[in-house]
Design a protein around this ligand. Structure first.
Ligand code: FCB
Length: 764
């Protein structure tokens, strides 16, 4: 799945880890100034010494090696190298980074250098900063020094980190340095200068390189992803991701304004229209400069937002669910942003992608065993990396992943509140502790992604209800189902049939149809060898008798019903009156006799009636004449088929017309003579009973008293709680619940007092 040369890295930035702001001849950055300002940093936290990386880099690099980190994306502090931003080069600053780079290389870790991760030289800020016409030349001067000095050892360079943030969070929101509010026209001018500076830096990096180097860019943004996998939602999400915001209050938070110029050589048309009143003069030469060819595209991605297709297919933002998963700093957890965002970016910009940042802030604590068990971080990273793998399978060319970040560090205006590291830092003692996630990431790296797991959880579905002339409303009374009418004959509770394709209700796969899951996530079903989901489970409520009917087998259905499956089915009687009966089989001894009795409508002579009780079980092979009679509630497990041949429907009318009969087909498929003794009773107490095992499925009844462990060695399992309530692996379940347990789920621990009917498909 992952390329052999896939790069597993970590990312950081100078200001957030180094400390030593006034050591080694470093000049001030705007962040040094801003952080010193009253009230600018939460809790008055100070950016020094942060992780004291300036002095402790050998320890941290040794830890990186221990974790198996292959590449380290670090930023250089511009004012550490050029204390005034331009002019005099600080040799001591260069020496510090030489040592870091050499140490990385000695440990087999490839450095990726970001030129600018927000710590702008204060001296240049005082000359107007990015608003100064010359700011591009200043940046190019710095880029030239860096390339000249480091490119003998460093091969990968990134110009800017997240221009969306360093512009918007400062000039619009004033929560980042320098914290100066700008008018919109100035913000557009600033960005234009930043983009030109990017172009100039790319040229300078290449011009001064000692050997071939790879140059990229690392913008960010939330990623739009489709609300469902429908083509309309996918199209709408793609459109949303590349549309410029209309509202100006947070408009820099977008992809196209910052990436189209760089990768496509033009500002997005819709933005040019929407923002016309604010735009600076933009020339063709500017655009040529900005769109210097790049070797790769970096993208920092932390989360995204769901988009559905509204009227005319236009994108509509989907509100987040109440209580949706969030990180320690309240960012939403949305792995789909990787699956779709990466794919959309690759489609549009067509450059190899490195995820240059992704990670999660957790409320990590040093626990009483002296370790940090950050299972939320592991779960987050696993889900995102699995989604990244899906994007790669969909064709996105992704070359590397840089987890943010190695050590907990100074998280800008939030100070030390937000811990993003794989390594816990006790900021009081500067002691480091590898969190559980560091060991987990080590395994991911060692296995080149092989240890990343598909999210597997118990799947619930929205039932598909069917109104029937014979249906009733008991499912509402007995199970509390939200049935749509008082003639609800059937609830297809687990079905991928086109006549009722159940949608996942909640969890990772929320909103997806079972048929889509079957196609897109075959691993959930143990790669079961079938072109369609093989089973169908329904609850039937017969207020009145069903028609006298029969089902074909596979061979007959495939030939006469357009490739459909035949229908082998079985019933578990959920409830019925004391004296209930069903029709099962017939009395004809030969096919001639059968045909004659049908033609002469000798129903009462033809059909065989048998008594039935709650808890009985019936296996019906194709060709079995049957009728479910009134007041019986049944759980039906069957092949994924909807083919029924009616012999007689009591001359009932539906919408003023009798329902169609299929006499010829019935005469073809009814088994003669009929099979006997198809009803068996089941035990109310025996804990494990195999009710049937046929070519298509195996069905069990489990009686749970207090506790039962059920393994899951099957392609998948379907469970129905038919009595009682309790929990499965801590999840509360009750009578009337149906769920699917995916392949490889592991043991299920049921606790409570419950009766379960379970099934799994039979392999060929
Ligand atoms: C990104 C920044 C990085 C860090 C993470 C959490 O926006 O690039 O410095 O703050 O967020």
């Amino acid at each position: 799945m992952f390329r052999k040369d896939f790069v597993w890295g970590c990312a950081s930035s100078a200001f957030q880890i180094e400390g030593a702001a006034h050591e080694g001849g470093k000049g001030d950055s705007i962040w040094d100034r801003f952080a010193a300002g009253e009230g600018n940093i939460l809790n008055g936290d100070k950016p020094e010494p942060a992780c004291d990386f300036y002095h402790r880099y050998p320890t941290d690099i040794a830890l990186m090696k221990q974790v198996g980190i292959q590449a380290y994306r670090l930023s250089l502090s511009w004012p550490r190298i050029l204390p005034d931003g331009i002019g005099r080069v600080n040799e001591e600053g260069l020496r510090f980074y030489d040592q870091v780079i050499d140490e990385l290389l000695r440990n087999g870790i490839e450095p990726y250098i970001t030129l600018y991760h927000w710590d702008y030289p204060q001296a240049l800020q005082e000359m107007g900063g990015w608003l100064n016409e010359k700011s591009g030349d200043w940046f190019a001067e710095y880029a030239a020094v860096v390339s000249e000095h480091f490119s003998d050892r460093v091969r990968y360079f990134i110009t800017f980190n997240e221009p969306q943030c360093f512009v918007g969070l400062s000039a619009i929101h004033q929560v980042h340095a320098p914290g100066i509010r700008l008018e919109q026209a100035d913000i557009f001018r600033m960005i234009h200068h930043v983009l030109k500076a990017h172009g100039k830096a790319v040229i300078a990096l290449r011009q001064h390189a000692k050997r071939a180097i790879q140059v990229g860019y690392a913008p960010t943004c939330g990623m739009a992803y489709p609300n469902t996998d429908s083509p309309a939602d996918i199209k709408a999400a793609r459109k949303a991701l590349f549309t410029c915001p209309e509202e100006m209050d947070n408009w820099t938070w977008n992809v196209p304004w910052f990436s189209d110029p760089v990768f496509l050589g033009k500002y997005p048309e819709d933005g040019l229209r929407k923002y016309a009143q604010y735009l600076p003069v933009i020339t063709d030469e500017d655009m040529e400069l900005i769109s210097q060819p790049l070797d790769f595209m970096g993208q920092n991605i932390y989360n995204g937002y769901a988009i559905a297709a509204g009227e005319n297919g236009e994108p509509v933002y989907v509100e987040r669910d109440a209580g949706h998963p969030q990180t320690g700093n309240m960012w939403p957890v949305t792995p789909k942003c990787f699956r779709w965002g990466l794919r959309f970016l690759y489609e549009r910009y067509k450059l190899p992608i490195y995820v240059t940042e992704n990670g999660i802030c957790c409320k990590d604590v040093l626990q009483c065993d002296g370790r940090i068990h950050d299972s939320e971080r592991i779960d987050f990273l696993n889900r995102y990396l699995y989604a990244m793998k899906q994007a790669m399978e969909d064709g996105a060319d992704i070359r590397g992943y840089f987890e943010w970040t190695f050590t907990d560090n100074f998280e800008w205006n939030y100070g030390y509140r937000d811990r993003f590291g794989l390594v816990y830092v006790d900021f009081k003692t500067q002691r480091r502790y590898l969190k559980d996630s560091a060991y987990w990431y080590r395994d991911v790296i060692r296995s080149n992604g092989g240890s990343i797991r598909q999210p597997k959880e118990i799947l619930f579905f929205h039932p598909e209800y069917k109104q029937m002339v014979w249906g009733g409303n008991r499912m509402r009374d007995v199970y509390g189902y939200d049935i749509p009418g008082d003639n609800t004959g059937e609830a297809w509770v687990i079905s991928a049939h086109p006549h009722g394709d159940c949608v996942v209700n909640g969890g990772t796969y929320d909103g997806q149809k079972l048929s889509e899951l079957w196609t897109n996530e075959p691993e959930l079903f143990g790669h079961f060898p079938s072109d369609r989901f093989p089973m169908l489970v329904k609850v039937l409520d017969a207020r009145y008798d069903l028609s006298i009917q029969v089902h074909p087998d596979d061979r007959y259905a495939s030939e006469h019903e357009n490739g459909s499956y035949g229908k082998t089915e079985c019933w578990y009687i959920l409830d019925c009156p004391e004296d209930a009966t069903i029709i099962l089989g017939h009395h004809a001894r030969t096919r001639e006799e059968l045909c004659r009795m049908i033609d002469e409508k000798q129903w009462s002579d033809l059909i065989a009636e048998v008594p039935i009780r709650k808890g009985d079980f019936v296996q019906l092979d194709p060709g079995t004449v049957h009728v479910i009679k009134s007041n019986i509630l049944i759980l039906e497990t069957e092949q994924n088929s909807d083919i029924t041949y009616r012999v007689y429907d009591y001359d009932r009318l539906v919408d003023g017309k009798p329902r169609e009969l299929h006499l010829d087909k019935c005469k073809d498929v009814i088994t003669v003579p009929a099979k006997q003794d198809m009803v068996r009773s089941t035990s109310p107490t025996e804990t494990v009973q195999e009710l049937v095992s046929c070519d298509y499925y195996t069905v069990w009844k489990y009686v749970v008293n207090r506790e039962m462990v059920i393994g899951q060695p099957h392609p998948f399992m379907i469970f129905s709680v038919v009595e009682g309530e309790g929990t499965v692996n801590g999840l509360a379940i009750q009578r009337g619940d149906h769920f699917l347990v995916p392949h490889g789920f592991g043991d299920m621990i049921f606790e409570g007092d419950m009766v379960l009917i379970a099934s799994s498909p039979t392999r060929e």
